[in-house]
Design a protein around this ligand. Structure first.
Ligand code: ADP
Ligand code: MG
Length: 368
Protein backbone atom coordinates (compact mmCIF):
# COMPACT_ATOMS: atom_id res chain seq x y z
CA UNK A 1 0.00 0.00 0.00
CA UNK A 2 1.16 3.58 -0.67
CA UNK A 3 2.08 5.91 2.19
CA UNK A 4 -0.61 8.36 3.33
CA UNK A 5 -0.12 12.07 2.51
CA UNK A 6 2.42 13.92 4.66
CA UNK A 7 -0.19 16.25 6.17
CA UNK A 8 -1.94 13.32 7.84
CA UNK A 9 -0.62 12.83 11.34
CA UNK A 10 -2.81 9.79 11.97
CA UNK A 11 -4.64 7.61 9.53
CA UNK A 12 -7.11 4.80 10.12
CA UNK A 13 -7.56 2.63 7.04
CA UNK A 14 -10.43 0.17 6.96
CA UNK A 15 -10.16 -0.41 10.69
CA UNK A 16 -12.71 -2.72 12.32
CA UNK A 17 -12.95 -4.06 15.82
CA UNK A 18 -15.26 -6.84 16.89
CA UNK A 19 -15.69 -8.42 20.30
CA UNK A 20 -16.76 -12.04 19.97
CA UNK A 21 -19.19 -12.90 17.21
CA UNK A 22 -21.90 -10.35 17.88
CA UNK A 23 -20.34 -6.99 18.85
CA UNK A 24 -19.01 -4.84 16.00
CA UNK A 25 -17.67 -1.88 17.97
CA UNK A 26 -15.94 -0.14 15.00
CA UNK A 27 -16.77 -0.83 11.35
CA UNK A 28 -14.37 -0.17 8.49
CA UNK A 29 -13.19 3.13 9.86
CA UNK A 30 -11.37 5.42 7.41
CA UNK A 31 -10.19 8.56 9.14
CA UNK A 32 -7.40 11.05 8.52
CA UNK A 33 -6.32 13.26 11.39
CA UNK A 34 -4.30 16.30 10.38
CA UNK A 35 -1.14 17.37 12.09
CA UNK A 36 -1.86 19.93 14.82
CA UNK A 37 -5.63 19.77 14.65
CA UNK A 38 -8.12 19.30 17.47
CA UNK A 39 -10.27 16.45 16.27
CA UNK A 40 -13.21 15.19 18.30
CA UNK A 41 -14.90 11.81 18.09
CA UNK A 42 -18.51 12.58 18.98
CA UNK A 43 -21.36 10.11 19.25
CA UNK A 44 -23.86 8.46 21.56
CA UNK A 45 -22.80 5.97 24.19
CA UNK A 46 -21.73 2.68 22.64
CA UNK A 47 -21.02 4.13 19.19
CA UNK A 48 -17.37 3.02 19.17
CA UNK A 49 -15.49 6.20 20.15
CA UNK A 50 -13.47 4.71 23.01
CA UNK A 51 -12.68 1.60 20.99
CA UNK A 52 -11.32 3.74 18.14
CA UNK A 53 -9.20 5.75 20.59
CA UNK A 54 -7.92 2.62 22.37
CA UNK A 55 -6.77 1.15 19.05
CA UNK A 56 -4.85 4.35 18.31
CA UNK A 57 -3.36 4.34 21.82
CA UNK A 58 -2.40 0.68 21.52
CA UNK A 59 -4.60 -0.75 24.27
CA UNK A 60 -6.80 -2.65 21.79
CA UNK A 61 -5.73 -4.39 18.60
CA UNK A 62 -7.82 -3.92 15.43
CA UNK A 63 -9.62 -7.01 14.10
CA UNK A 64 -8.94 -5.69 10.59
CA UNK A 65 -7.36 -2.69 8.92
CA UNK A 66 -4.28 -0.54 9.48
CA UNK A 67 -3.39 2.48 11.59
CA UNK A 68 -0.59 4.90 10.69
CA UNK A 69 1.15 7.62 12.68
CA UNK A 70 3.43 9.85 10.59
CA UNK A 71 3.04 7.44 7.67
CA UNK A 72 4.38 4.60 9.80
CA UNK A 73 2.19 1.59 10.44
CA UNK A 74 1.78 1.31 14.22
CA UNK A 75 -1.09 -1.07 14.90
CA UNK A 76 1.38 -3.75 16.03
CA UNK A 77 3.61 -1.34 17.98
CA UNK A 78 3.27 -1.54 21.80
CA UNK A 79 1.39 1.31 23.49
CA UNK A 80 4.43 2.69 25.31
CA UNK A 81 6.38 2.94 22.02
CA UNK A 82 3.81 5.10 20.24
CA UNK A 83 4.77 8.42 21.87
CA UNK A 84 1.20 9.29 22.80
CA UNK A 85 -0.09 11.21 25.85
CA UNK A 86 -3.43 10.07 27.28
CA UNK A 87 -6.07 11.47 29.63
CA UNK A 88 -8.95 9.33 30.87
CA UNK A 89 -12.08 10.26 32.75
CA UNK A 90 -11.12 8.43 35.93
CA UNK A 91 -7.56 9.21 36.61
CA UNK A 92 -5.81 7.76 39.63
CA UNK A 93 -2.78 9.51 41.07
CA UNK A 94 -0.55 7.66 43.55
CA UNK A 95 -2.04 8.80 46.88
CA UNK A 96 1.20 8.65 48.90
CA UNK A 97 3.19 10.82 46.46
CA UNK A 98 3.04 14.57 45.99
CA UNK A 99 1.80 16.01 42.72
CA UNK A 100 5.37 16.72 41.60
CA UNK A 101 6.43 13.17 42.50
CA UNK A 102 3.46 11.76 40.62
CA UNK A 103 4.47 13.75 37.56
CA UNK A 104 8.16 12.96 37.89
CA UNK A 105 7.70 9.22 38.44
CA UNK A 106 7.33 8.07 34.81
CA UNK A 107 10.31 10.23 33.83
CA UNK A 108 12.48 8.76 36.60
CA UNK A 109 11.50 5.26 35.47
CA UNK A 110 12.88 6.16 32.05
CA UNK A 111 16.09 7.51 33.54
CA UNK A 112 15.81 11.17 32.57
CA UNK A 113 18.31 13.52 34.25
CA UNK A 114 17.13 15.22 37.44
CA UNK A 115 17.41 18.75 36.04
CA UNK A 116 15.41 17.79 32.96
CA UNK A 117 12.72 16.18 35.13
CA UNK A 118 12.45 19.34 37.23
CA UNK A 119 12.18 21.48 34.12
CA UNK A 120 9.37 19.35 32.69
CA UNK A 121 7.41 19.13 35.96
CA UNK A 122 7.53 22.91 36.28
CA UNK A 123 6.62 23.38 32.64
CA UNK A 124 3.52 21.14 32.73
CA UNK A 125 2.32 22.58 36.05
CA UNK A 126 2.56 26.05 34.51
CA UNK A 127 0.76 24.77 31.45
CA UNK A 128 -2.27 23.63 33.49
CA UNK A 129 -2.10 26.76 35.66
CA UNK A 130 -1.24 25.04 38.91
CA UNK A 131 2.31 26.35 39.40
CA UNK A 132 2.28 26.25 43.20
CA UNK A 133 0.74 22.84 43.79
CA UNK A 134 3.68 20.51 43.21
CA UNK A 135 4.13 19.72 46.90
CA UNK A 136 0.46 18.85 47.59
CA UNK A 137 -0.79 15.31 47.94
CA UNK A 138 -3.68 14.20 45.68
CA UNK A 139 -6.20 14.23 48.55
CA UNK A 140 -5.45 17.92 49.00
CA UNK A 141 -6.69 18.72 45.48
CA UNK A 142 -10.19 19.49 44.22
CA UNK A 143 -11.71 17.38 41.42
CA UNK A 144 -10.88 20.06 38.87
CA UNK A 145 -7.27 20.30 40.07
CA UNK A 146 -6.88 16.51 39.89
CA UNK A 147 -8.13 16.58 36.34
CA UNK A 148 -5.62 19.29 35.47
CA UNK A 149 -2.87 17.13 36.93
CA UNK A 150 -4.11 14.32 34.70
CA UNK A 151 -3.67 16.65 31.73
CA UNK A 152 -0.22 17.67 33.00
CA UNK A 153 0.74 14.01 33.27
CA UNK A 154 -0.29 13.40 29.66
CA UNK A 155 1.90 16.29 28.52
CA UNK A 156 5.02 15.48 30.52
CA UNK A 157 6.53 13.30 27.79
CA UNK A 158 6.05 16.22 25.38
CA UNK A 159 4.04 14.03 23.01
CA UNK A 160 3.15 15.09 19.48
CA UNK A 161 -0.21 13.35 19.84
CA UNK A 162 -2.55 13.67 22.84
CA UNK A 163 -5.65 11.52 23.30
CA UNK A 164 -8.43 12.38 25.76
CA UNK A 165 -11.42 10.19 26.53
CA UNK A 166 -14.27 12.13 28.18
CA UNK A 167 -11.75 13.81 30.49
CA UNK A 168 -14.31 16.26 31.89
CA UNK A 169 -17.17 13.80 32.41
CA UNK A 170 -16.87 13.78 36.20
CA UNK A 171 -16.83 17.57 36.65
CA UNK A 172 -19.79 19.86 37.29
CA UNK A 173 -21.05 22.07 34.48
CA UNK A 174 -19.24 25.29 35.36
CA UNK A 175 -15.88 23.65 35.91
CA UNK A 176 -16.35 21.58 32.77
CA UNK A 177 -16.90 24.70 30.68
CA UNK A 178 -13.86 26.39 32.18
CA UNK A 179 -11.72 23.31 31.53
CA UNK A 180 -12.97 23.12 27.93
CA UNK A 181 -11.42 26.52 27.27
CA UNK A 182 -8.25 25.67 29.16
CA UNK A 183 -7.71 22.47 27.20
CA UNK A 184 -8.40 24.34 23.98
CA UNK A 185 -5.89 26.96 25.04
CA UNK A 186 -3.26 24.32 25.85
CA UNK A 187 -3.84 22.84 22.42
CA UNK A 188 -3.33 26.23 20.79
CA UNK A 189 -0.14 26.88 22.75
CA UNK A 190 1.41 23.45 22.18
CA UNK A 191 0.37 23.12 18.55
CA UNK A 192 0.31 19.32 18.79
CA UNK A 193 -2.47 17.03 17.58
CA UNK A 194 -5.35 16.39 19.99
CA UNK A 195 -7.89 13.59 19.56
CA UNK A 196 -10.74 14.09 21.98
CA UNK A 197 -13.71 11.85 22.77
CA UNK A 198 -17.02 13.13 24.07
CA UNK A 199 -20.74 12.38 23.83
CA UNK A 200 -21.51 16.04 24.55
CA UNK A 201 -22.26 17.92 21.35
CA UNK A 202 -21.82 21.37 22.90
CA UNK A 203 -18.39 20.39 24.16
CA UNK A 204 -17.47 19.08 20.69
CA UNK A 205 -18.70 22.23 18.94
CA UNK A 206 -16.87 24.50 21.41
CA UNK A 207 -13.50 22.80 21.30
CA UNK A 208 -12.91 21.19 17.93
CA UNK A 209 -11.33 22.09 14.61
CA UNK A 210 -13.17 19.10 13.15
CA UNK A 211 -15.65 16.58 14.49
CA UNK A 212 -16.16 12.96 13.42
CA UNK A 213 -19.73 11.95 14.30
CA UNK A 214 -19.93 8.28 15.23
CA UNK A 215 -23.03 6.15 15.05
CA UNK A 216 -23.05 2.38 15.47
CA UNK A 217 -19.32 2.03 14.82
CA UNK A 218 -19.21 4.21 11.71
CA UNK A 219 -18.33 7.84 11.02
CA UNK A 220 -21.46 9.50 9.67
CA UNK A 221 -19.85 12.83 8.96
CA UNK A 222 -16.44 14.46 9.38
CA UNK A 223 -16.68 18.25 9.25
CA UNK A 224 -15.97 21.53 10.97
CA UNK A 225 -18.40 22.46 13.79
CA UNK A 226 -19.99 25.10 11.59
CA UNK A 227 -20.54 22.75 8.67
CA UNK A 228 -21.87 19.97 10.91
CA UNK A 229 -24.47 22.28 12.35
CA UNK A 230 -25.35 24.18 9.19
CA UNK A 231 -25.04 21.35 6.71
CA UNK A 232 -25.62 17.98 8.39
CA UNK A 233 -25.50 15.28 5.76
CA UNK A 234 -27.77 12.79 7.51
CA UNK A 235 -30.82 13.10 9.71
CA UNK A 236 -28.90 11.32 12.46
CA UNK A 237 -26.32 14.13 12.47
CA UNK A 238 -29.03 16.81 12.27
CA UNK A 239 -30.74 15.36 15.33
CA UNK A 240 -27.63 14.60 17.33
CA UNK A 241 -26.07 18.06 16.86
CA UNK A 242 -28.51 20.65 18.17
CA UNK A 243 -32.28 20.68 17.99
CA UNK A 244 -34.27 20.42 14.80
CA UNK A 245 -37.86 20.30 13.62
CA UNK A 246 -38.41 17.24 11.51
CA UNK A 247 -41.05 16.70 8.83
CA UNK A 248 -41.30 13.67 6.57
CA UNK A 249 -42.23 14.36 2.96
CA UNK A 250 -42.04 13.36 -0.69
CA UNK A 251 -40.03 15.22 -3.34
CA UNK A 252 -42.42 16.58 -5.99
CA UNK A 253 -40.02 18.48 -8.18
CA UNK A 254 -36.41 19.63 -8.42
CA UNK A 255 -35.86 23.14 -9.82
CA UNK A 256 -32.92 23.99 -12.07
CA UNK A 257 -31.18 25.76 -9.15
CA UNK A 258 -31.42 22.54 -7.15
CA UNK A 259 -34.24 23.70 -4.90
CA UNK A 260 -36.73 20.96 -4.03
CA UNK A 261 -40.51 21.11 -3.72
CA UNK A 262 -41.48 18.68 -0.98
CA UNK A 263 -45.08 17.60 -0.23
CA UNK A 264 -45.45 17.05 3.49
CA UNK A 265 -46.49 13.53 4.38
CA UNK A 266 -48.98 14.53 7.07
CA UNK A 267 -50.68 17.34 5.15
CA UNK A 268 -49.83 21.02 5.43
CA UNK A 269 -48.92 21.63 1.82
CA UNK A 270 -45.65 21.88 -0.05
CA UNK A 271 -42.38 23.30 1.25
CA UNK A 272 -39.27 24.53 -0.49
CA UNK A 273 -36.04 22.90 0.62
CA UNK A 274 -32.42 22.32 -0.28
CA UNK A 275 -30.52 19.05 -0.23
CA UNK A 276 -26.95 19.56 1.06
CA UNK A 277 -25.86 16.62 -1.05
CA UNK A 278 -28.17 17.32 -4.00
CA UNK A 279 -29.03 13.67 -4.36
CA UNK A 280 -32.85 13.43 -4.38
CA UNK A 281 -35.04 12.90 -7.45
CA UNK A 282 -38.81 13.45 -7.73
CA UNK A 283 -40.63 10.69 -5.84
CA UNK A 284 -37.93 10.30 -3.18
CA UNK A 285 -38.87 10.19 0.49
CA UNK A 286 -37.03 12.76 2.58
CA UNK A 287 -36.87 14.10 6.12
CA UNK A 288 -36.98 17.87 6.25
CA UNK A 289 -35.02 19.49 9.06
CA UNK A 290 -35.34 23.11 10.23
CA UNK A 291 -33.38 24.57 13.16
CA UNK A 292 -35.57 26.29 15.81
CA UNK A 293 -33.60 29.55 15.54
CA UNK A 294 -34.09 29.72 11.76
CA UNK A 295 -37.85 30.04 12.11
CA UNK A 296 -39.22 33.59 12.18
CA UNK A 297 -42.62 35.07 12.95
CA UNK A 298 -44.15 36.30 9.72
CA UNK A 299 -45.89 39.63 10.27
CA UNK A 300 -47.94 41.82 7.94
CA UNK A 301 -45.91 44.14 5.78
CA UNK A 302 -42.78 41.99 5.92
CA UNK A 303 -41.60 39.94 2.97
CA UNK A 304 -42.37 36.34 3.91
CA UNK A 305 -39.72 33.68 3.48
CA UNK A 306 -40.26 30.84 0.98
CA UNK A 307 -42.00 28.65 3.54
CA UNK A 308 -44.89 29.75 5.67
CA UNK A 309 -47.22 27.88 7.99
CA UNK A 310 -50.02 29.07 10.27
CA UNK A 311 -49.74 27.79 13.84
CA UNK A 312 -51.01 28.26 17.38
CA UNK A 313 -48.77 28.87 20.38
CA UNK A 314 -48.92 25.99 22.85
CA UNK A 315 -46.17 27.08 25.21
CA UNK A 316 -44.02 30.16 25.53
CA UNK A 317 -40.94 30.08 27.75
CA UNK A 318 -38.81 33.08 28.60
CA UNK A 319 -35.13 31.97 28.56
CA UNK A 320 -33.53 35.41 28.89
CA UNK A 321 -31.62 35.80 25.65
CA UNK A 322 -34.36 34.09 23.67
CA UNK A 323 -38.01 33.04 23.83
CA UNK A 324 -38.69 29.39 23.27
CA UNK A 325 -42.04 28.59 21.69
CA UNK A 326 -43.81 25.33 21.19
CA UNK A 327 -46.35 25.87 18.40
CA UNK A 328 -48.84 23.57 16.77
CA UNK A 329 -49.49 23.75 13.03
CA UNK A 330 -51.95 22.07 10.68
CA UNK A 331 -52.20 18.31 11.10
CA UNK A 332 -51.13 18.60 14.76
CA UNK A 333 -47.47 19.05 13.77
CA UNK A 334 -45.47 20.51 16.61
CA UNK A 335 -42.68 23.07 16.15
CA UNK A 336 -39.97 24.35 18.45
CA UNK A 337 -39.07 27.96 17.71
CA UNK A 338 -36.33 30.08 19.28
CA UNK A 339 -36.83 33.80 18.89
CA UNK A 340 -34.09 36.23 19.84
CA UNK A 341 -35.24 38.45 22.72
CA UNK A 342 -35.43 41.82 20.98
CA UNK A 343 -37.44 44.90 22.02
CA UNK A 344 -39.73 44.50 18.98
CA UNK A 345 -40.92 41.02 19.94
CA UNK A 346 -44.73 40.97 20.32
CA UNK A 347 -46.54 39.35 23.25
CA UNK A 348 -46.69 35.60 22.68
CA UNK A 349 -49.34 34.11 24.97
CA UNK A 350 -50.41 30.47 24.66
CA UNK A 351 -53.39 30.16 22.29
CA UNK A 352 -52.29 33.06 20.07
CA UNK A 353 -52.40 32.52 16.31
CA UNK A 354 -49.05 33.13 14.56
CA UNK A 355 -47.45 32.50 11.19
CA UNK A 356 -44.16 30.64 11.13
CA UNK A 357 -41.78 31.20 8.25
CA UNK A 358 -38.38 29.92 7.15
CA UNK A 359 -36.18 30.20 4.09
CA UNK A 360 -35.69 27.36 1.65
CA UNK A 361 -31.96 27.31 2.42
CA UNK A 362 -32.77 26.69 6.09
CA UNK A 363 -35.01 23.75 5.22
CA UNK A 364 -32.71 20.75 4.68
CA UNK A 365 -33.88 17.63 2.89
CA UNK A 366 -32.11 14.62 4.42
CA UNK A 367 -32.44 10.85 4.38
CA UNK A 368 -35.78 9.74 5.94
P1 ADP B 1 -18.36 4.60 23.24
O1 ADP B 1 -17.00 4.96 23.75
O2 ADP B 1 -18.74 5.33 21.99
O3 ADP B 1 -19.41 4.72 24.30
P2 ADP B 1 -17.28 1.92 23.05
O4 ADP B 1 -16.19 2.02 22.05
O5 ADP B 1 -16.89 1.88 24.47
O6 ADP B 1 -18.34 3.06 22.79
O7 ADP B 1 -18.13 0.61 22.75
C1 ADP B 1 -18.61 0.27 21.47
C2 ADP B 1 -19.33 -1.05 21.56
O8 ADP B 1 -18.40 -2.09 21.86
C3 ADP B 1 -20.40 -1.12 22.64
O9 ADP B 1 -21.46 -1.89 22.16
C4 ADP B 1 -19.69 -1.80 23.78
O10 ADP B 1 -20.61 -2.48 24.59
C5 ADP B 1 -18.77 -2.76 23.05
N1 ADP B 1 -17.54 -3.07 23.79
C6 ADP B 1 -16.58 -2.18 24.16
N2 ADP B 1 -15.57 -2.79 24.81
C7 ADP B 1 -15.91 -4.10 24.86
C8 ADP B 1 -15.27 -5.27 25.41
N3 ADP B 1 -14.07 -5.21 26.02
N4 ADP B 1 -15.92 -6.45 25.27
C9 ADP B 1 -17.10 -6.52 24.63
N5 ADP B 1 -17.74 -5.48 24.10
C10 ADP B 1 -17.16 -4.27 24.21
MG1 MG C 1 -16.47 5.71 25.66
Amino acid sequence: MSAPPATAHVEFRGVSKSYGETVQAVRELDLEIRRGEFLTLLGPSGSGKTTALMMLAGFEAPSAGEIFIDSRRIDRVPANKRGIGMVFQNYALFPHMTVAENLAFPLEVRGLAKAEIERRVKSVLDMVQLPGLGSRRPDQLSGGQQQRIAVARALIFEPKLVLMDEPLGALDKQLREQMQFEIKDIHARLGVTFVYVTHDQTEALTMSDRIAVFNAGRVQQLSTPNELYERPRTSFVASFIGENNRMPGLVEAVASNGELSVALAEGGGTLRAVAPEGRFAPGASVMLSVRPERIVLVTDGVVAPANEMPATIVQSVYVGDHIRLVARAAGGRSFIVKLANTPSLPALPPGAAIRLGWRSQDCLALDP
